[in-house]
Design a protein around this ligand. Structure first.
Ligand code: ADP
Ligand code: MG
Length: 234
């Protein structure tokens, strides 16, 4: 059997606030296979974002290991982390995190600028990505000139434009209505399946979790159980 793309071992995160100790993650062990669409499901405060941030190396664990593609993320320094993220990981956030002064096209080309890709090529790729998310008619629109669903499509295009092996999404449909949630989740999962990318989605919403192959139920900083969905055809 092949090695999992993500291997989390006995992960623990304790925040200290004055004299108080907050155990955000107690003891989490989890493996995620390449191409898996995995949902971290739990109520607010259960530790989902902490777990995702630790996988992405945005925070250091108190104890335990995060091994992605055989590399120890918890041991990387900031420079190493930055290049690791640039080469392997895409991000999507609840509040889209687009740059407000840039157009849709410029927002999507940004990760390619950081990778040093020449202008003509990055514009071509970014346009193709925006087309793939159904926004070919909105290239010159600024975020404020687009709906929430359109902004999230731009941010999905931005996450996928570098063709990352792994995409992390923290409550990506948290600000969207039911119909738009349905559209965005279908887009997300079909894009991940097309390129056999690994997708990890954080949500508190059971209806969003039905799009995943594997659902990791998080409760009070631990894994309560792991369930699997029947293969869903888009
Ligand atoms: P979720 O994403 O599931 O809503 P979080 O991972 O954000 O939950 O938070 C888990 C717990 O850790 C919560 O009790 C939260 O208050 C606490 N927490 C998260 N981040 C910090 C921080 N930077 N400092 C102190 N406590 C934190
Ligand atoms: Mg959260």
């Amino acid at each position: 059997m092949s090695k999992p793309i993500i291997d989390i071992r006995n992960l623990r995160k304790v925040y200290r606030m004055g004299d108080e100790k907050i155990v955000a993650l107690d003891n989490i062990s989890l493996t995620i296979e390449k191409g898996e669409i995995c949902c971290l499901l739990g109520t607010s405060g259960s530790g989902k974002s902490t777990l995702l941030n630790m996988m992405a190396g945005l925070e250091k664990p108190t104890k335990g290991q995060v091994i992605i593609k055989n590399k120890h993320v918890e041991k990387m320094n900031e420079n190493h982390l930055a290049s690791f993220r640039q080469n392997n990981i895409g991000f999507v956030f609840q509040s889209y995190n687009l740059l407000p002064t840039l157009t849709a096209l410029e927002n999507v080309t940004l990760p390619l600028i950081f990778k040093g890709i020449p202008k003509a090529i990055r514009e071509k790729r970014a346009k193709k990505m925006l087309e793939a998310v159904g926004l070919e008619g909105r290239l010159s629109h600024k975020p404020s000139q687009m709906s929430g669903g359109q902004q999230q499509r731009v941010s999905i295009a931005r996450a996928y434009v570098t063709n990352p092996e792994i995409v992390f999404a923290d409550e990506p449909t948290g600000n969207l209505d039911t119909k738009t949630t349905f559209e965005i989740m279908n887009l997300f999962t079909s894009m991940a399946k097309k390129h056999n990318q690994t997708l990890i989605i954080v949500t508190h919403d059971v209806e969003t979790s039905v799009y995943a192959n594997k659902i990791v139920h998080i409760r009070d900083g631990n894994i309560e159980k792991i369930t699997y969905n029947e293969k869903k055809e888009n």
